[in-house]
Design a protein around this ligand. Structure first.
Ligand code: BGP
Length: 458
């Protein structure tokens, strides 16, 4: 069967500043943390060892072209642009991002720009990071500077990439700096991130720029083990905490009442100011980026909570390992392509069918060299993964969902936070020693699909 996509469908991929640029100027929490605890990073490889986009941006954009991308998302590094977060703008950074943005446009590749992709300037973290409202203001200033500098040539802006991840990683589950375990502080970080987002949206609207502004959320549809009311309730709470804590404010302009009531009953609500509500209401977006990797399957807890243990989302559910689920064993994530369709239908039916696109989807695989045939990685599993997800995406579109594109994570194999180079995601293989780039089979498949705006599958 032929799967054809609407005209002007966005075909591309996503990456981020810290994961690709290298040549770091301006310390981030990642540089700081790596210098102190390199053992936290796979094989002791830190954020300095990247795919060197800072040097090779021009030839890399040629490769994007070869992959028939009509759009590409990357981020601006706040710490590179404003090394102390709030003071002087670094002219080298301005030049660099000008050149990248101009070259993308010249090559017919629409730049999609994220303002914050997990990379907090260390100077901002030192004053409390997202726990401090001064950092919210510093971020709003940074966003405004970016709009002023690049807003005439960047028409698709994203305030944050996966804002729940630094909340989970840094304040609940110990996989980002500052490695705190404290729900109330996590809730404060999440809340201030929403305020920062809303302030950036406000600044964008005030500047009357020609483009649009949105956010990128990692949506993990929450499936209950069964229709037993206890399981359904468990899935509902997981959905409130991990999806709707950001989805509702950015699409509806307010928090779900039952999330607020739940946190209130456990005395976990962040401190709010009376004017916050108006600000959040002004943070409604034009375009939603959806990162989809895996579903979340949950069941009701079958043991009592230890009242001495820190308050955690898991007080309300257990994770559920569905028998027969298909796994990506390298990342430990379930592969469930219909999830993409369920997300789109939920947005269509419950959120007014917003303009959206898949901003990340992908499969990280370890030791891909074993699949080399005639000098090229033959990653059939990735082609299978993408085409399966695309068939469900196609079904969503055919049922009226307003999904405008599909971006893959990622372009060239890149540095994946604590996993460093363990799992490779790219359309293009990176030799970390020589920096040589080699297009994988999936890259060729994607180039053909993007060119035809369609693909064939039984
Ligand atoms: C997303 C992030 C990316 C990227 C990707 C792959 O959550 O937006 O930055 O890294 O996931 O996940 P990981 O690198 O953790 O394997």
């Amino acid at each position: 069967m032929k799967y054809a996509f609407p005209d002007n469908f966005w075909w591309g991929s996503a990456s981020s500043a810290l994961q690709t640029e290298g040549a770091r100027e301006g310390e981030t929490t990642w540089d700081y943390w790596f210098a102190r605890e390199p053992n936290r990073f796979h094989n002791g490889v830190g954020p300095q060892q990247t795919s060197t986009f800072y040097q090779h941006w021009k030839t890399d954009i040629q490769l994007l072209k070869q992959l028939n991308h009509n759009s590409f998302r990357t981020s601006i590094s706040w710490a590179r642009l404003i090394p102390d977060g709030i003071g002087e703008v670094n002219p080298d950074a301005v030049d660099f991002y000008h050149q990248v943005i101009d070259e993308l446009n010249e090559q017919g590749i629409t730049p999609f720009i994220t303002l914050f992709h997990f990379d907090m300037p260390m100077a901002m973290q030192e004053i409390g990071g997202w726990e401090n409202r001064d950092v919210v203001d510093a971020y709003a200033r940074y966003a405004q500077i970016c709009f002023e500098l690049f807003g005439d040539r960047v028409l698709h802006w994203f305030t944050f990439n996966e804002p729940i991840v630094p909340v989970e990683g840094g304040y609940l589950y110990d996989f980002h700096y500052p490695n705190v375990v404290d729900f109330r502080r996590a809730a404060t970080v999440a809340y201030h991130t929403v305020l920062a987002h809303a302030k950036a949206v406000q600044a964008y609207r005030a500047g009357h720029y020609a483009g649009e502004i949105g956010i990128v959320l990692n949506l993990t549809p929450s499936y209950p083990r069964s229709q037993n009311p206890a399981d359904v309730k468990a899935a509902h709470v997981a959905d409130l905490m991990f999806n709707r804590s950001f989805l509702d404010p950015v699409l509806r302009g307010e928090y779900p009442a039952d999330l607020v009531a739940l946190l209130k009953s456990y005395d976990q609500l962040p401190a709010c100011k009376p004017e916050d509500g108006f600000l959040i209401a002004e943070g409604k977006i034009d375009l939603l980026g959806i990162n989809y990797y895996q579903p979340r399957r949950v069941k009701c807890r079958d043991s009592a909570v230890n009242p001495q243990a820190p308050f955690m989302p898991e007080w309300f559910f257990d994770s559920y390992e569905m028998p027969g689920r298909k796994m990506n064993p390298y990342r430990g994530w379930e592969i469930y392509a219909p999830g993409i369709y369920d997300i789109l239908i939920n947005l269509r039916d419950n959120y007014g069918n917003p303009r959206c696109f898949i901003s990340e989807n992908g499969m990280g695989v370890e030791n891909e060299q074993r699949f080399i045939e005639n000098g090229q990685i033959n990653d059939q599993y990735r082609i299978e993964f993408i085409s399966e997800h695309l068939t469900w995406l196609h079904k969503g579109i055919s049922e009226g969902c307003n999904c405008l594109g599909y971006h893959m994570w990622t372009f060239i194999d890149n540095w994946s936070w604590c996993n460093a180079y363990k799992n490779r995601y790219g359309f293009i293989q990176l030799d970390l020693e020589t920096q040589q780039r080699t297009i994988k089979k999936s890259g060729e498949w994607f180039a053909t699909t993007a060119l035809n705006n369609s693909f064939e599958k039984e």
